[in-house]
Design a protein around this ligand. Sequence first.
Ligand SMILES: O=P(O)(O)OC[C@H]1O[C@H](OP(=O)(O)OP(=O)(O)O)[C@H](O)[C@@H]1O
Ligand SMILES: O=c1cc[nH]c(=O)[nH]1
Ligand SMILES: [Mg+2]
Length: 207
Amino acid sequence: MDVLEVDHPLAKARLTTMRDARTDSAAFRAALHELTLMLIYEAMRDAPVRVERIHTPVARTDGYELANPPLLVPVLRAGLGMADQAHKLIPDAQMGFVGMSRDEETLKPTPYMESLPESLAGRPVFVLDPMLATGGSMKYTIELLVGRGATDVTAVCALAAPEGIRVLAESGLPVRLVTASIDERLNDSGFIVPGLGDAGDRQYGAV
Ligand SMILES: O=P(O)(O)OC[C@H]1O[C@H](OP(=O)(O)OP(=O)(O)O)[C@H](O)[C@@H]1O
Ligand SMILES: O=c1cc[nH]c(=O)[nH]1
Ligand SMILES: [Mg+2]
């Protein structure tokens, strides 16, 4: 599996804000918004473009537009904090939604919502979720997408644990990962270490 760790001072600075336990919800959301722009920018680096001739006020030149914009799929709740920013960079993208909540005892994902186009054949898909921990939620989401014909999935995550990366790599699913950091490990409660805590709670409050 291809893994791109976006190792950039600006990404590190936003991630530091998100990690810091003193950061309040508003500042956490703002940092995630800005980090998302950076992750999507890197994730789109090799996206195919269509070339067309245009006129500037001065001369004719080549113009470029995305040949096949990805479907954006935020995983609720925490992925919602990445959705608008990804859409800002890729305004032509369609958006689907998956709702998933991890059982904090078993660490298994419990899906509660799914709103996706019927066929994803031939369409790249970007799954937006700040956290890849055990990998259970992401694997479940990608299986849903593959069930609808997706063959080209990018998981866009602020943080990833080695355990979750291994689960995706060994799944054989057609996925690559773009993340701002591969952290050390999971703790006994399934939280990423050093991590940033619960990404949903830190944005929206504890449920
Ligand atoms: O890799 P995993 O072990 O499956 O954990 C990662 C999942 O946990 C978090 O969601 P959570 O279940 O806390 O839901 P929330 O976004 O509503 O807070 C996170 O946003 C991922 O979806
Ligand atoms: O560290 C973690 C692990 C799973 N989900 C989160 O929000 N944070
Ligand atoms: Mg949560």
